[in-house]
Design a protein around this ligand. Structure first.
Ligand SMILES: [Zn+2]
Length: 272
């Protein structure tokens, strides 16, 4: 562990030197982490996809010369969207980070909602298929097994006997009207829409912001909206705005960099 910390320390110092930033101007370091994070206890509690549990960041804080801040990656991305991205001026949103898994960050009236145990918004692990695929979290049928990048790529490979690792290949096939790509995409969107419908039913947010690499493909938004609102007796398209992130893949990193600023100006009052 100490070796990892020292390596990070070296990287930080290299960047400061390269950018000519005096050390006294650094307010702190923010880490965006893929799992449930207790920022007060400085603990990454559970990151199923990395198969790690209870990693303490206290040692980072002790060894590094700067204050250290940690947050869940989707929460950090939600903060970034709120401060720098598409959700500026907005006060209520759910950020859905689609990567190898799915993470979500919930913002209510400008407050990041983390709940009693700081594990709120683990929507990637809500069950969408009873007794479905086995998840790293121990449960079965979790949303991220059907609606993450990895799920889309795996299904495409299964159907085509290919071994692509990139979304770009699938979207290229889609644009070429490839029947397999279309079928996989249709099924993927159905699952993505089911999860988003569930989130809307639970939280009734003003906005849903979709982030991660997939949000950069323009095919996603219109199709997704159709599926979310079609035959939906509770909500229509005018009730809730679904949009894609403008920060591309940088949302969670930018969000992590905002954590020290948040602390300075709001003294952590921005989390409930
Ligand atoms: Zn799971």
């Amino acid at each position: 562990m100490n070796e990892v910390i020292r390596k990070i320390e070296r990287l930080i110092k290299d960047i400061l030197k390269e950018k000519n930033i005096p050390i006294e101007k650094v307010l702190g370091i923010g880490f965006s982490l893929p799992g449930t994070v207790n920022e007060e206890a400085m603990l990454l509690e559970m990151a199923p996809n990395l198969k790690i549990k209870n990693i303490s960041f206290k040692a980072f804080d002790e060894i590094l010369e700067f204050p250290v801040y940690i947050e869940n990656e989707a929460n950090a991305a939600a903060l970034a969207e709120l401060s720098l991205g598409i959700a500026k001026q907005m006060r209520n949103l759910v950020y859905v980070s689609i990567t190898k898994g799915i993470g979500t960050g919930i913002v209510i009236q400008d407050y990041l909602y983390k709940g009693k145990n700081k594990r709120a918004g683990e929507f990637g692990h809500m069950t969408v298929v009873a007794d479905g695929k086995q998840c790293n979290c121990g449960k079965k049928g979790c949303w991220e097994l059907y609606a993450s990048d990895r799920a889309l790529i795996e299904e495409y490979n299964k159907r085509t006997n290919k071994s692509t690792t990139s979304l770009q290949d699938i979207f290229e096939a889609l644009r070429n009207d490839d029947a397999n790509a279309k079928a996989v995409w249709e099924e993927y969107l159905n699952y993505l829409a089911v999860g988003i419908q569930n989130i809307i039913l639970i939280l009734d947010p003003h906005y849903i912001v979709i982030g991660g690499e997939i949000s950069q493909y323009e095919e996603i938004l219109e199709h997704l909206k159709e599926k979310v609102f079609n035959k939906n007796n509770f909500y229509n398209e005018n009730d809730i705005k679904i949009m894609t992130s403008t920060l591309k893949g940088n949302a969670s990193i930018l969000g992590a960099s905002l954590l020290p600023l948040q602390d300075l100006f709001f003294i952590r009052g921005k989390i409930i």
